[in-house]
Design a protein around this ligand. Structure first.
Ligand SMILES: [Zn+2]
Length: 447
């Protein structure tokens, strides 16, 4: 057993090595077995439905899928099954991320020039190591994303699954600005052109339509209601949901009334009111609060303790830590104020019964893939959700929103064995999601 741990450390490299060294002993795994069965024994299970943790469970995995979860070890386990002794550990569902961006970031640049199949796959692997099993790349993508998605679905590459909004739709001189790498976003000038772009995206088999409806504090052009109404109507004809980048309460209300399906960020200018809450509930509109993106615009100037952690630093591209600690990094007061508004709004929307999902906007310079997702959970709890509620948003709720709940999102027999083995219980302290012992996607340990 000890030998296996050493082998794991050697293979996993610096990321897992650091975590395992700081943590309690790794889950003990029996020598490599020939069976397709893996059994996690004696573990505390948080299943992602919001239910209380279940103590001392045995999870049987057959190939890619969870076969059973039970207190009694099934009698028919074959003798050559791989046994992972997980006593003292907690297992949670791998996280489902409804708003991120793949491929834009490389080194200290965020650029369309960085978007390649290779860079998309490299970042997916990083998400996998941090316990994410599904990444929705919400626009800003290039055509290579379709190849990556296809390769993943055909099991030609491992790691997290991918969904995409493809190029996405903004307007000329609008959000997102070109300097963020948004070089291939469709920017129609007429309504006819806009609906044609929806048809094009549908032909490319995007999983969702993304639009940007924001003037970035009055600095850029905002998409007009006539255009987004036409885009939403056309998307729905194709059976596609629409997710909108927005900032203001007034735009959120107008988008919800126009039929948008997902608010891709929090309302960040004003407290949400009954009008918005009732409209979101009536129309079943979901929200990904993305608290981490707002924080990322100011927090590094405060030099928070977690900047020194290996968990954070391992998620960074070369040169980014130096940038964040330099005079070149300038915090934004607008986002600092916005984050408090966003946190208050999250708690109000959640308590009112609005469908809260999970997204981070990770994949930018100050928004490292993987780390940001764990930070988002902490910010959701700081906003007033319980750890179990935050985890439910990041698993069951987002899987439902993305239409993949049949195969992932909760730890349930019949679904994919996408799970994280943790050295400590996150229902007690949400930061324990960072104490990753191992990550399993499709029943395979991620390394
Ligand atoms: Zn985004």
């Amino acid at each position: 057993m000890k030998k296996h741990i050493l082998v794991t450390l050697a293979i996993a490299g610096s990321f897992f090595a650091g975590i395992v060294c700081q943590a309690k002993p790794a889950a003990h795994t029996s020598p490599k077995a020939s069976s397709s069965i893996t059994v996690f024994t004696g573990v505390k299970v948080i299943n992602g439905t919001g239910a209380q943790p279940a103590e001392n469970q045995n999870i049987v995995v057959d190939g890619k899928y969870i076969k059973s979860i039970s207190a009694e070890l099934p009698a028919d386990i074959s003798t050559d099954a791989r046994i992972v002794d997980a006593h003292g550990k907690t297992i949670i569902p791998a996280l489902v991320v409804g708003h991120a961006h793949l491929g834009l970031l490389k080194g200290t640049t965020t650029s369309g020039a960085n978007v390649t199949e290779e860079n998309d796959i490299r970042q997916l692997k990083q998400y996998g190591k941090y316990g994410i099993c599904m990444v929705m790349s919400l626009g800003d993508d290039h055509d290579c994303i379709y190849t990556v998605r296809d390769k993943r679905n055909r099991d030609l590459i491992g790691g997290p699954y991918v969904m995409t909004a493809g190029h996405g739709i903004g307007v000329p001189h609008g959000a997102p600005p070109l300097e963020t790498g948004a070089d291939e976003i469709y920017r129609p000038t007429t309504i006819a052109e806009a609906t044609k772009k929806v048809d094009d995206l549908a032909k490319q088999h995007v999983d969702i339509i993304k639009i940007w409806v924001d003037d970035l504090g009055g600095k850029v052009q905002k998409m007009q209601p006539e255009m987004y109404k036409a885009i939403i109507a056309e998307a729905h004809k194709h059976g596609l949901k629409v997710a909108a980048h927005m900032w203001y309460l007034s735009d959120a209300k107008a988008l919800v009334n126009a039929g948008v399906d997902v608010l891709a960020h929090s309302v960040r200018d004003l407290p949400v009111d009954d009008e918005l809450i009732n409209a979101m509930k009536t129309h079943g509109v979901a929200i990904t609060p993305t608290l981490a993106v707002d924080e990322s615009f100011f927090i590094f100037k405060d030099n928070p303790e977690w900047m020194n952690s290996k968990f954070f630093q391992d998620s960074l591209e070369p040169g980014v830590l130096e940038y964040l600690r330099s005079e070149k990094y300038v915090p934004s007061l607008r986002e600092r104020v916005a984050e408090y508004v966003a946190q208050d709004n999250l708690k109000v929307l959640f308590d009112a019964g609005v469908k809260v999902c999970f997204g981070t906007d990770s994949g930018g310079l100050e928004r490292p893939p993987g780390f940001d997702e764990h930070r988002e959970l902490q910010l959701m709890v700081a906003a007033g959700l319980t750890p179990l509620q935050a985890l439910q948003c990041a698993s069951q709720n987002t899987a439902e929103m993305l239409g993949v709940a049949k195969s992932m999102g909760t730890l349930t027999p019949g679904k994919l064995a996408n799970l994280i083995v943790l050295d400590a219980d996150p229902s007690v302290d949400i930061s324990n999601t960072q104490r990753i012992n191992s990550v399993w996607i499709d029943g395979k340990e991620q390394k």
